[in-house]
Design a protein around this ligand. Structure first.
Ligand SMILES: *Cc1c(COP(=O)(O)O)cnc(C)c1O
Length: 401
């Protein structure tokens, strides 16, 4: 029966009316570090919260069913999820990752590779020749992240999986930017999905968390063993809150992406907009792949403004958008990647990645699209450089990084 239910229904009923102690409808919160044994010879279902906890199990099972996986593991952060899957490789093995992966992931992969834990190869996975060259190095594990941050480059997941099958490599997809509501990498052949649940999954910007979901039980067992062994499992209260946020995932994301599309349409013809990066636009290079492998275009977009706009001034003048990193929450956020999320990259690396100083990233929340578009257009009016204002040049980036 359960397998035939729609995912919205699974989410609404996850952990509901499962309480055997007091018949509570909403799942109770089990903060206890340990659980008592009735008899020294009868190990209870849960004995110690690092190894297992009811709130974590409820969230893990909900996430596994959403992604179509056999096993879910809840971790303390998205980075802990990335690090957990790195237990699958040995020294000498090659890890193939996108050149424009999440900054924290890039830092972790580079630092671990430097210590000799594995070899790291970065390629532009949207470039098929570069992808083939990467696979020629015979990777053991391939990380995919699509759409990418902040330019929303779209990688063809099935292409990567095809190469990986030939190479015998494990494919891990970071599905943070879309969530299982809009993309299901396991259905496209990936072995593992990871999430920063901090973003769309929780959706309320009040928990940092992560998750790993495996297609097969066996790999799930192995990673669950490592999660307990290394202690990267998520906290009960975080799991409780994340499941609470997750229940409205479909409702939130449908509204957020509809609003994002409205805002993009209201901005795209403005003369001060040089370029909009949004996979929903037919002009986006990844549009066709996105239309095929995603069930929606998401609620993230980036805009490059013309050089008459002082983008730092633009951000200061926004009234509804909050200047902050992160994404996927109920509140609309704005950032200048060159000065904020991607400030640690060298100017050369940013140039190679195509991240200009006039690029602004927007994460659309649950506000009304007309208010959001009016906020941007009004701020643009006051952000036209009048000759005395310095544009966001390297010096300005340095000053605010
Ligand atoms: C935020 C993010 C991470 C890291 O997650 P944390 O929860 O911040 O540790 C990893 N991948 C992507 C794509 C992210 O956006």
């Amino acid at each position: 029966m359960t397998n035939q239910l729609h995912r919205e229904t699974l989410l609404a009923s996850a952990g509901v009316s499962a309480d055997r102690a007091h018949n509570s409808v909403a799942p109770p919160l089990h903060l206890s570090a340990n659980f008592y044994w009735n008899d020294p010879c009868e190990k209870p279902e849960y004995d110690y919260s690092r190894s297992g906890n009811p709130n974590r199990t409820q969230l893990a099972e909900a996430l596994a069913s959403l992604e179509g996986g056999a096993r879910g593991i809840v971790t303390s952060s998205g980075m802990a999820a990335v690090d957990l899957v790195l237990n699958l490789v040995d020294p000498g093995d090659v890890v193939l990752a996108p050149h424009d992966c999440y900054g924290g992931t890039h830092r972790l992969l580079t630092a671990r590779a430097k210590r000799g834990h594995f070899k790291i190869v970065y390629v532009d996975q949207t470039d098929l020749a570069a992808l083939a060259a990467g696979f020629a190095k015979k990777p053991k594990l391939v990380l995919v992240e699509t759409p990418s941050n902040p330019l929303l480059r779209v990688t063809d997941i099935e292409k990567v999986v095809g190469y990986a099958r030939q190479a015998g490599a494990i494919v891990v997809a970071d599905n943070t930017f879309l969530s299982p509501a809009l993309q299901r990498p396991l259905d496209l052949g990936c072995d593992v999905v990871i999430h920063s649940t901090t973003k769309f999954i929780n959706g309320h910007s009040d928990v940092v968390g992560g998750a790993v979901i495996t297609k097969e039980e066996e790999l799930g067992e192995e990673l669950a063993w490592w999660a307990n062994c290394t202690g990267v499992t998520g906290a009960p209260f975080d799991s409780f809150l994340t499941l609470r946020g997750l229940r409205t995932l479909f409702t939130r994301i449908e509204r957020q992406q509809a609003t994002a599309s409205d805002v993009v349409n209201l901005l795209k013809s403005d003369s001060r907009v040089a370029k909009i990066y949004y996979p929903g636009l037919e002009s986006h290079p990844g549009h066709e792949i996105a239309a095929r492998q995603q069930s929606g275009f998401g609620s993230m977009f980036s805009v490059e403004f013309t050089d008459e706009i002082d983008v730092l001034e633009l951000l200061r003048r926004l009234e509804i958008f909050t200047i902050a990193e992160s994404l996927g929450g109920f509140e609309s956020l704005v950032c200048v990647p060159a000065a904020m999320t991607h400030a640690a990259m060298t100017p050369e690396a940013r140039a190679t990645a195509g991240i200009s100083n006039r690029l602004v990233r927007f994460s659309i929340g649950l506000e009304h699209g007309e208010d959001l578009a009016r906020d941007v257009l009004g701020a643009l009016d006051g952000a036209v450089a009048d000759g005395n204002v310095t544009y966001l040049n390297e010096q300005a980036v340095g000053a605010c990084a």
